[in-house]
Design a protein around this ligand. Structure first.
Ligand SMILES: [Zn+2]
Ligand SMILES: [Zn+2]
Length: 386
């Protein structure tokens, strides 16, 4: 199926290095958008919609055979961090770096789009190439849906990949059902009554209460949720007090909650607030608790996974398909589209003998660029699969 497609190795590497050297932060991907639009112009797409959801782009290509409308997605944003790797294509922008691999995702999808535009007659159905801004936090995927990305044409199914440093180059990871976790955030303020550190009986100490609460919250995953349902409750920030001999008025806490099941996920804030309320009642404090819903779990449709499986076996050979891959407690905003349409998300190994060993979001993140060829073949294969 993909044997007849020439692999544009030089173009893939050139694109990836261009994007890597010119990173832009979430929802600020203006130059990235202009570059992609420029490379797709005059390739024969039926429609190019630029500026979808802010700085996103959709390019539509109607194939010569009957078939579904398939959306293929790449995310576009970089992270606010300083690259420390000394490579010729290192970031040219202070405080911005493609440390998650979205540079590679764009290179793969851009090359695939250009190649597929030259073989329209062989394409079953219609392809929508989706370049999505703002994955690292602001839910650019949802912004694109709200801006009509799944209509005109009405998308039937969707696919996306992530380059992954936990797998060797030349391998592909697949998993039916939930693959990545949800990511939600909470903020809590405990209010007691400040006073002298030597006279705790005349105060209401928010630090002691907060300390109890940090450990109490850990009993939600360990004592309230079935072990088969992975949940993480992390207090990432805890702030209180100014000096050694003063009991402060307040303690504040920030944290994240991850879950693989949407049902379990929805039950967490109530469980947390019950503990907060009970503890504050017992220890005479007031509280303010805010819970912010973030990205839902990324849930694969097994029928769509079968498409990915077929293609992966052909591209890397059955022995190099990791299936089922372990769950990954990352979160991914592609989950919004995958809640609207059946879809499959898979991962492509980037770990080579020299490069690709640093984890995602590391200041030294880099990839074995042979992974770009695997990603390209996967996307083209899925597009031609029907
Ligand atoms: Zn990331
Ligand atoms: Zn990412």
């Amino acid at each position: 199926m993909t044997a007849s497609v020439e692999i544009p190795v030089d173009e893939l590497v050139r694109y990836r290095r261009h994007f890597h050297a010119h990173p832009e932060l979430s929802l600020e991907e203006h130059e990235t958008l202009a570059f992609i639009e420029g490379e797709l112009r005059d390739c024969g797409f039926d429609e190019i919609r630029s500026g979808v959801g802010g700085t996103g782009l959709l390019a539509t290509l109607r194939g010569g055979k009957p078939g579904p409308v398939t959306l293929l997605r790449a995310d576009m944003d970089a992270l606010p961090m300083q690259e420390t790797a000394d490579v010729p294509y290192r970031s040219t922008r202070d405080g911005a770096m493609h440390a998650c691999g979205h540079d590679g995702h764009m290179a793969i999808l851009l090359s695939a789009a250009r190649s597929l535009a030259r073989m329209r007659a062989e394409i079953p159905g219609t392809l929508v190439f989706c370049f999505q801004p703002g994955e690292e936090g602001p839910a650019g995927n949802k912004l694109m849906i709200d801006d009509g990305a799944l209509e005109h044409p009405h998308v039937d199914r969707c696919f996306a990949l992530h380059l992954y440093s936990g797998l060797d180059v030349g391998t592909v990871g697949i998993r039916d059902h939930a693959f990545f976790a949800s990511s939600d955030r909470f903020e809590l303020t405990l209010t007691g009554k400040g006073g002298h550190g030597a006279m705790p009986h005349a105060s209401v100490d928010p630090i002691v209460a907060a300390s109890h609460l940090v450990t109490m919250l850990q009993t939600i995953p360990s004592r309230e949720i079935a072990p088969k349902d992975p949940v993480v409750v992390t207090v990432g920030k805890l702030e209180s007090g100014t000096t050694f001999n003063v009991i402060p008025d307040h303690a504040t806490m920030l944290g994240t909650v991850r879950a693989m099941s949407d049902e379990v996920r929805r039950s967490i804030p109530e469980r947390m607030e019950r503990m907060v309320e009970g503890l504050c009642d017992a220890m005479r404090l007031d509280y303010a608790f805010e819970y912010h819903w973030g990205y839902p779990p990324t849930v694969n449709d097994p029928a769509m996974d079968d498409v990915v499986r077929d293609v992966a076996r052909e591209v890397v050979g059955s022995e190099n398909v990791v299936d089922p891959h372990d769950i990954v407690m990352w979160a991914e905003d592609m989950s919004y589209m995958m809640n609207e349409r059946p879809g499959a998300y898979f991962i492509v190994g980037v770990r080579g003998p020299e490069r690709g060993v640093e984890p995602q979001h590391s200041a030294r993140y880099d990839i074995d660029e042979r992974a770009l060829e695997v990603g390209f073949k996967m996307m083209v294969g899925i597009a031609l699969h029907g």
